[in-house]
Design a protein around this ligand. Structure first.
Ligand code: HEM
Length: 349
């Protein structure tokens, strides 16, 4: 379905007229808007925007980011250790790490990072009220507009400056703001929840954690296995049929929405032996945690870097890392599009 051109990511345009109406019914069709949220676009619009961005995810930039990710991870773990032997890993580590990595990627000034992080934490936090979220998102929008203006007049060696100055034909300010916001929303909550839930999963499987401690070279494998096993985008990937389609023997009318149950796919016994078991030594096979087809996650290389370094540093720098409360008291985000933990009280030796 994800590689079938009869399905569209532009749900507003192709939605079945009988589906519930969106709140902003008067919105113009996407093609007439100057926006850049290309995850909800189809080719060729999607292709142009995505291509301008893939040109910025260079090997050199990823390599540089890798050393910054290590610095950020180590800084936060050392701050936790300096403060005692207990912490809530979500605010202390899982949320700030991806937020600061996006700051690096977009080239947010050091002086503005506290403000950026605060707005991100509220705007993307499932526990904030809808009003708090809406206000923080409006502020983030204004922040990105300011950032685009600053990079236009004062380019630096960051992705946003590259997008502004290297893209031909150039992107509009509205597109640039949307692309920056897309990177933030797509790259922050996902990675933060993988870090929190991934740590929880390892703590709940002490044999797997012990295997990783004994052989840190298993970390790449472990990251891939955690992505498969946890499938945090539990209801995340959906498309709309643009014409009548028969899919898996089911006749779908034009406008029907199909949602992929990623956790089911990633635990398909036809593809994995013993799929409900977390096994960090499992040979790597393709999974659907980053999607598939033209919209396959653009930041997957960066996400893997953050998870490998983030989880690796936690394990090596916090000997005896364990839960500080019984596992059943860890609050999970069951009802959210992205699965995860709201907080993760941990302690170490
Ligand atoms: C798209 C998962 C991290 C940027 C996607 C999609 C999935 C996904 C499943 C496909 C959505 C669809 O087909 O509708 C994840 C997971 C992550 C992660 C599980 C972390 C573990 C990141 C990061 C970034 C990022 C770190 C960038 C900083 C994007 C973008 C898209 C995307 C821009 C849209 C691509 C397109 O439409 O062409 N992600 N992602 N993601 N992701 Fe990620």
């Amino acid at each position: 379905m994800l590689s079938d051109a009869r399905f569209s990511a532009d749900k507003m345009r192709h939605r079945d007229a009988t589906s519930p109406q969106p709140q902003k019914a008067a919105e113009p069709p996407r093609a007439e808007r100057e926006d850049g949220i290309f995850v909800f676009m189809d080719p060729p619009e999607h292709t142009r925007l995505r291509r301008s961005l893939t040109g910025q995810f260079t090997v050199r930039r990823m390599r540089e980011l890798e050393s910054r990710v290590t610095e950020i991870a180590v800084e936060h773990i050392e701050a936790m250790k300096a403060a005692g032997t207990e912490a809530d890993l979500v605010p202390a580590f899982a949320l700030p790490l991806p937020s600061l990595v996006i700051c690096e990627l977009l080239g947010v000034d050091y002086a503005d990072r506290a403000e950026f992080q605060e707005r991100t934490a509220v705007g993307l936090n499932a526990s904030s009220t809808p009003r708090e979220q809406a206000m923080a998102r409006a502020e983030l929008h204004a922040f990105m507009r300011g950032l685009v203006a600053a990079k236009r007049s004062n380019p630096a060696d960051d992705l946003l400056s590259g997008l502004i100055h290297d893209t031909d034909p150039p992107l509009t300010d509205a597109q640039l703001v949307d692309v920056a916001l897309l990177l933030l929303t797509a790259g922050h909550e996902t990675t933060a929840n993988m870090l929190g839930l991934g740590t929880f999963a390892l703590l709940e499987h002490p044999d797997q954690l012990a295997a990783l401690r004994a052989d840190p070279g298993l970390i790449d494998n472990a990251v891939e296995e955690l992505l498969r096993f946890l499938s945090i985008l539990q209801l995340g990937v959906s498309r709309v049929a643009t014409e009548p389609v028969t899919l898996g023997g089911v006749d779908l009318p034009a406008g029907a929405t199909v949602v992929i149950a990623t956790p089911e796919v990633n635990r398909d016994p036809r593809h994995w032996d013993d799929p409900d078991t977390l096994d960090v030594r499992r040979p790597r096979t393709p999974h659907l945690a980053f999607g598939h087809g033209v919209h396959q996650c653009l930041g997957q290389q960066l996400a893997r870097i953050e998870l490998r370094i983030g989880l690796g540093e936690l394990i090596s720098r916090l000997p005896g890392l364990r839960l500080a409360v019984p596992a059943e008291q860890v609050p999970v985000r069951n009802e959210m599009l992205i699965f995860g933990v709201r907080s993760l009280p941990v302690t170490w030796s």
